[in-house]
Design a protein around this ligand. Structure first.
Ligand SMILES: C[S@@+](CC[C@H](N)C(=O)[O-])C[C@H]1O[C@@H](n2cnc3c(N)ncnc32)[C@H](O)[C@@H]1O
Length: 177
């Protein structure tokens, strides 16, 4: 099972489901319009490998069994750019605790952002984190979107507005609880 948190318009979720028919995809999104878009696409494409949690991903993360997820995606989480709102950002040490429990050893966690200050928040959350390893070996690894990571609507808008996007990949380490 793979998990996408905050799938928005579901472009990436549906693409992954179509390209990986042997994988089950769980999409979390509290925004009703996004859920409706996902349901429409699931219906039109007759997809049988997508489950939706139309609510906060953190509830699902607490409920999922340990080591049950093989890959997770958090693509362009809400930026909360104002200083007084930074604490509302989804990526935090607490979220990493929830993810570390459900991701199986060796699972990949992909995170995208177009906000330099959010990149900083993410890297601070992962700094010194023994349960996750950032896979980047050089700038090319986080400046370019991998071929199996289709562009989302939010990313298209960010690019149109001239913002640089960052593509991060972490791996759940196997020998750290
Ligand atoms: C900036 S949008 C990006 C949407 C999509 N990933 C994309 O790249 O187009 C962030 C999305 O995360 C969703 N979101 C925010 N908090 C969430 C949470 N706690 N659990 C699940 N989704 C959440 C929002 O409803 C929103 O659709």
């Amino acid at each position: 099972m793979w998990l996408e948190i905050g799938f928005g318009g579901a472009e990436h979720l549906i693409w992954q489901a179509e390209h990986n028919p042997a994988i089950g995809l769980i999409g979390c999104e509290p925004f009703e319009d996004g859920v409706a878009k996902a349901l429409t696409a699931i219906d039109e494409k007759a997809l049988r490998n997508v489950l939706l949690h139309p609510d906060d991903a953190r509830d699902l993360l607490r409920w999922l069994p340990e080591s049950s997820i093989g890959r997770a995606f958090i693509l362009f989480p809400d930026p909360w750019p104002k200083k007084r709102h930074v604490k509302r950002r989804l990526i935090s040490p607490h979220l990493l605790d929830l993810l570390a429990r459900v991701l199986r050893p060796g699972a990949e966690l992909r995170i995208g952002t177009d906000i330099g200050d959010y990149l900083r928040t993410i890297l601070i959350a992962f700094h010194g984190e023994r349960r996750f390893r950032w896979t980047a070996r050089g700038p090319a690894d986080w400046r370019h979107r991998p071929a199996d990571w289709p562009q989302t609507r939010y990313e298209q808008k960010a690019v149109r507005h001239g913002r640089r996007c960052y593509y991060l990949s972490f791996v759940r380490e196997s020998d750290v609880a």
